[in-house]
Design a protein around this ligand. Structure first.
Ligand SMILES: [Zn+2]
Length: 280
């Protein structure tokens, strides 16, 4: 018999300490100084508490919040619910989530049923990428844009084996098969990484502290050179007792300014390297 609910995961992910950075005085994406709003460097909905004050104009804020929401919806929706990551609309948070099920082997189509969110078998997905072209000196015209050849996928609950959960769920539902889905929007995710790294570099170095290169990728959807600027490590890395990791990286002989971005590092997720621009 499946337990009524998995153990509550409130508090499993550590909180990010709050940090406020002073406004650069204009929009960090387009340079406008009109009607600026605060920018969460890592989205509020992933528990991000680093804020760059008055740094995004209304039109850039609309663009960045659109791709952030795409990532949250496609990749991290159930995760945010189970781990109680923040939401601005708590009443709209669903209690049940859709799962595809077959009750007999001969059924052709999957049926969609609703399963209570605290026993929903969901998967967390992150894409792996090659090393950024700027580091391994791959020519820019040999890159493929926002694509991945390999995904990091894990069952979400750290307290429960995913396999056991599926077996118990099958018994409980009297089902023949269930189909846990994993979704990823790689373009939106690359833009999210670029936005996080760019805004973090501005917070640390100031807009005049480096010559930035990522604005077209973030705001104009120019993703063809994505692999030149954005990459990841390919190895499994141990979890860190930190919600997210963000750091400026120094490499000798590399002129680029690099930012390490690791989201939800307590879950053992991949590390991304983003080249945000050049030293001045
Ligand atoms: Zn702007």
């Amino acid at each position: 018999m499946l337990p009524k609910g998995l153990p509550k995961l409130d508090g499993f992910l550590p909180e990010q300490p709050k940090e406020i950075f002073a406004s650069p005085g204009k929009c960090i994406y387009c340079g406008s100084s009109n009607d600026l709003s605060d920018e969460h460097i890592i989205p509020f909905s992933l528990g991000g508490k680093l804020v760059l004050e008055k740094s995004s104009c209304p039109s850039c804020a609309k663009i960045t919040s659109d791709f952030e929401q795409t990532c949250m919806r496609t990749m991290y929706g159930p995760l945010r619910i189970l781990y109680s990551l923040p939401t601005r609309r708590p009443k709209q948070r669903p209690k049940k989530l859709e799962l595809k099920v077959k009750y007999r082997p001969e059924e052709k189509d999957w049926q969609t049923i609703l399963v209570e969110q605290n026993r929903f078998p969901f998967l967390i997905t992150f894409p792996y990428f090659d090393t950024p072209g700027i580091i391994n000196e791959k020519p820019i015209d040999q890159l493929e844009g926002a694509v991945t050849k390999k995904l990091w996928i894990r069952g979400a609950s750290p307290y429960y084996s995913f396999h056991d959960l599926l077996e118990l769920l099958l018994k409980d539902l009297h089902a023949y098969s269930v189909f846990p889905e994993s979704k990823a929007d790689i373009s939106a995710f690359c833009k999210l990484l670029a936005k996080i790294a760019h805004s973090f570099a501005v917070a640390k170095l100031g807009l005049s502290g480096f010559k930035s290169t990522l604005e077209p990728l973030i705001i104009k959807n120019e993703l063809s050179n994505c692999g030149y600027y954005i990459g990841s490590t390919y190895n499994d890395e141990p979890p860190k007792n930190q919600l997210h990791e963000l750091a400026l990286l120094e490499f000798k002989n590399i002129e680029a300014i690099l930012v390490k971005v690791r989201l939800l590092s307590k879950l053992g997720t991949p590390t991304y390297i983003v080249a945000v621009g050049k030293r001045l």
